[in-house]
Design a protein around this ligand. Structure first.
Ligand code: F6R
Length: 611
């Protein structure tokens, strides 16, 4: 959460920073600000989106070759001009932006207040900045040293970028727990929360690690640890094109990402799945084969949509591999005293690879000796780097705040992982193994087919857009898809929605059913189909409105449902990947019909780097 951008070099810094902030707006959009160094420090900041700041400073002196910019997801202090970053120090000589939370800020603030400091904002960031300046003044040290001393005394998570008016081409940056990428150009450097702000300028990047501090000048990048020892920057080549982060003719990133799924699932399977040869190639598993074959338990740790992918995996892995699986909310796992035994494997699922709760939870499990298998989309992200092995989902950059294509790619990877382990453990019949391999290979094509009738969902969305509530029900492999459908609708349309196991509905939620309640059934053909048809009857008997996602060829359900959407026929283990797509479309079209900014729904941010 919060996007940060920095530039130092021969180009004009402001346009690079503004363009970069627009690409990082998915990380938060409560306020925007820039600080530019040009014969002194110029700070422009404002509540609202990047475009609002841009409009408000037309005609101002924006010339500079070094600068930093921030787009905020509010933690300490409401979204407002005064809480917007960058913050300036008491002397006015330093400006800083921050992504993260300084947990002991209250104590630091109290100490500084006793020394006569007054604060212009409610933020933890301003406290940290003045703490740094105070150390610099009292210790008579340079800024770099003051930052190092201060960071050793703060708890929490941060990426900070700091500039000083007496050092016009230097940016000091540091990270712990939040992401920081430095792009290396010829005589110039770019800084960002991810690589998107620097894509058109350089493909060479350095991922800064926790407890590292960078002194960045146009022709120099010095990396040190907090003990002031130099570290050789490890330069990585980016494998990402500009087109991947642009809308490419779609009205919204969310719609583009939904429609990209035939190719993202294909990219995820490519090079791994060879159905003809009966092979799944996944080095992350092969390299740890004995661990997987002998695993006593798999614990899946994730948040939000990724957690739902974990729930689907629980069903698949237990069915195919006969290994007990537990699926944990990362935020809960990390704060209890979880039992992690030798022989347990932790799966960490994350699109961004930066989710703070997931990251800390797996660090904790790792300390207890667990093996971490990361299923991550963003290459080079923190979770990917601390995992012992893993599999990238290869869905490409996901920019819409609601996760769509990353989810189906997670399901594809998790299905391959389950099949691979099952084959190695000999817990799957040859016939089923082969069948599922071929079924998996056909998913991109089937997704392509079902997306052709997106307009059917659009019409359903128009019909139900004014409902204040909605219920999503599914059984078995489709139960987590019901949860995911409800989450998507909440996020994108602000309609209150609940997901439930279809049979569990009788134990409470059925009280909500009346002639106004839309109930979405994820009812593709599976072993429990007759059971879910009975659940549909129970809703109809109470006059609920039934929207059913069903398999082509199903002749019974349409006679009961008010609205139906057909997905191509698939094995029950594969069907969730198909059934989820109409639910993504439903939330998108309802959101659009209600005038919601679907790519940036209120209060949310992608990449949740705070607890
Ligand atoms: C929902 C959504 C969130 C994320 C969650 C985890 O549409 O995007 O629920 O799934 O914040 O994020 P990652 O997968 O990046 O760890």
């Amino acid at each position: 959460m919060c996007g940060i951008v920095g530039y130092t070099g021969p180009r004009e810094a402001y346009p690079i920073i503004i363009k970069g902030l627009k690409r990082l707006e998915y990380r938060g959009y409560d306020s925007t600000g820039v600080a530019l160094l040009n014969s002194g420090l110029k700070v422009y900041k404002k509540k609202g989106r990047v475009a609002e700041l841009e409009d408000s400073i037309v005609g101002k002196d924006l010339h500079a070759h070094t600068g930093i910019g921030h787009t905020r997801w509010a933690t300490h202090g409401e979204p407002s001009d005064r809480n917007a970053h960058p913050h300036t120090s008491r002397s006015g000589k330093l400006a800083m932006i921050h992504n993260g939370i300084i947990e002991n800020y209250a104590q630091l603030k109290q100490d500084l207040t006793k020394k006569g400091y007054q604060f212009k904002s409610d933020t933890d960031t301003e406290v940290l900045l003045n703490f740094i300046e105070d150390i610099k003044e009292n210790n008579q040290c340079n800024l770099e040293e003051a930052v190092r001393i201060a960071l050793k005394r703060v708890t929490g998570a941060y990426v900070i970028l700091l500039i000083a008016n007496d050092d016009p081409d230097t940016i000091i940056a540091a990270r712990k727990g939040s992401p920081l990428v430095i792009g290396v150009g010829k005589g110039e450097h770019f800084l960002g929360s991810d690589a998107s702000p620097m894509l058109e300028y350089t493909k060479e990047v350095v991922y800064v690690n926790d407890y590292e501090l960078a002194i960045v000048r146009p022709d120099e990048l010095i990396l040190k640890n907090l003990g002031n020892e130099k570290i050789t920057p490890f330069v990585t080549k980016l494998d990402m094109e500009l087109a991947a982060i642009e809308k490419g003719g779609y009205d919204h990133f969310m719609l583009k990402e939904i429609f990209e799924q035939p190719s993202t699932i294909h990219d995820c399977l490519r090079g791994r799945l060879d159905a003809e040869a009966g092979l799944i190639t996944m080095s992350g598993i092969t390299n740890n084969l004995e661990h997987f074959k002998n695993a006593n338990r798999i614990i899946i740790i994730a948040c939000g949509t990724s957690w739902h992918a974990g729930l689907v995996a629980e069903y698949i892995i237990e069915e195919l591999c006969r290994i007990p699986v537990e699926v944990e909310y990362a935020s809960e796992f990390r704060y209890r005293n979880p039992i992690v035994n030798k022989g347990d494997i932790i799966f960490a699922i994350s699109q961004s690879g930066e989710t703070a709760d997931t990251l800390v939870a797996i660090e904790k499990a790792k300390e207890q000796g667990a093996i971490i298998f990361g299923i991550v989309n963003v290459v080079g992200s923190s979770i990917a780097r601390i995992s012992d092995g893993g599999a990238y989902t290869h869905a490409g950059p996901e920019i819409g705040v609601a996760s769509t294509k990353a989810f189906t790619a997670q399901l594809a990877v998790l299905t391959m992982v389950a099949l691979k382990i099952a084959k190695e453990k000999n817990t799957i019949s040859e016939a089923l193994y082969k069948e599922l391999l071929f079924e998996l290979a056909e998913v991109p094509e089937k997704v392509e087919v079902l997306l052709k009738s997106a307009d059917t969902i659009k019409a359903i969305a128009e019909k139900y857009k004014d409902s204040p509530n909605a219920l999503f029900l599914g059984r078995g492999y489709n139960f987590p898809i019901a949860l995911e459908g409800a989450l998507k609708l909440k996020e994108i349309s602000y309609i209150h929605a609940e997901g439930y196991p279809a049979a569990e509905m009788k134990h409470g939620p059925i009280a909500l059913v009346d002639e106004n309640l839309p109930v979405v059934f994820v009812a593709t053909k599976d072993s429990y189909h007759e059971k879910i048809v009975s659940n549909i009857q129970e809703i109809k008997a109470r006059k609920g409105k039934v929207i059913a996602i069903i398999t082509e060829g199903d002749e019974t359900t349409p006679t009961l449902a008010d609205d139906v959407y057909y997905v191509p026929s698939a094995h029950e283990i594969i069907a969730p990947m198909l059934a989820t797509i109409p639910l993504q479309l439903l939330s998108y079209y309802v959101g659009i019909a209600k005038g919601v900014d679907v790519d940036k729904p209120r209060n949310l941010a992608k990449s949740v780097t705070v607890e």
